[in-house]
Design a protein around this ligand. Structure first.
Ligand SMILES: [Zn+2]
Length: 272
């Protein structure tokens, strides 16, 4: 069944529910000898969110609620706060994805209590994941920032580049945010040109991944090298090169779609 998003009043939640509770950038987890898990509650109203609860939808039929815990709110001894990334691999992947959704909607709620146009108090837009200003009518939707990510192939090799913010020795595929007025394909061509100075062709959709750090949607592509010499600007990218499946440097962990792109290249190379 998986996750089914829907909008209903949190007051109508009956029985057990998953509780995604955030304090700033961190999420509340239950610690046990087996590791960490997300809290659930038989009586979500008593969980102790310090903000109104947000209803997200249901995961395999279990309702999911999100909310905020005020800074300094004392948690039960069995609970603690961890960064969202720490959940990956520690809880089921579907729960991790819902936690990313919860994180972004809590942030949206926190940052849109007032209208950006007239300063009036906003209200929930009925039946939509949005805020409406009853005074001036301005509607605001959660902010999404689409970004492209692309694996460039060239005769059995893949282009990997290193940004200065990466952990020591790590390389990855090229990525960048989409600009207003640009198609995804144009964005791929621009980012590749800007970051490594080459041209690409045969741009094909690979897949997408919501990326809640903080509110991106990663849209992944493969492309073929067409012309030019690698040239890096030494600011956004400090080094780049062509790698075979056998000579890969350190690459991102399994959490990201960049790793899926690189894994698909490796599988293709091994398959002939
Ligand atoms: Zn307004």
């Amino acid at each position: 069944m998986g996750f089914v998003a829907s909008i209903k009043s949190p007051q109508n939640v009956q029985g057990s529910a998953w509780c995604f509770a955030f304090s700033g950038q961190k999420i509340v987890v239950v610690k046990s000898r087996e590791g960490i898990r997300l809290p659930s509650s038989n009586n979500p109203g008593s969980f102790g969110f310090d903000s109104p609860a947000i209803y997200l939808g249901a995961l395999d039929g279990v309702d999911c609620l999100a909310g905020e815990i005020a800074e300094g709110h004392e948690l039960p001894e069995t609970m603690s706060l961890v960064g969202l990334r720490q959940l990956f691999g520690a809880v089921e992947e579907e729960l991790f994805v819902v936690a990313g959704r919860a994180f972004q909607l809590v942030e949206f709620e926190r940052n849109h209590r007032y209208c950006g146009k007239c300063g009036g108090r906003t209200a929930d837009k009925p039946k939509e994941r949005a805020k409406i200003c009853p005074t001036c009518g301005l509607a605001v939707f959660p902010r999404m920032s689409p970004a492209i990510i692309v694996a460039i192939r060239n005769h059995g090799r893949i282009l990997l580049a290193r940004a200065p913010r990466f952990p020591e020795g790590m390389y990855s595929v090229i990525a960048g945010f989409v600009e207003p007025g640009e198609s995804l394909e144009q964005c791929v061509q621009r980012e590749v040109r800007e970051e490594v100075g080459i041209e690409v062709t045969d741009i094909r959709y690979f897949g997408s991944q919501p990326w809640p750090f903080p509110n991106s949607l990663m849209v992944a592509f493969t492309a073929e090298y067409s012309e030019g010499e690698i040239r890096v600007d030494q600011e956004e990218i400090v080094d780049a090169g062509w790698f075979t499946a056998e000579s890969l440097p350190r690459i991102p962990d399994r959490i990201s779609i960049s790793r899926m792109l690189i894994d698909a290249f490796v599988a293709g190379a091994r398959g002939g």
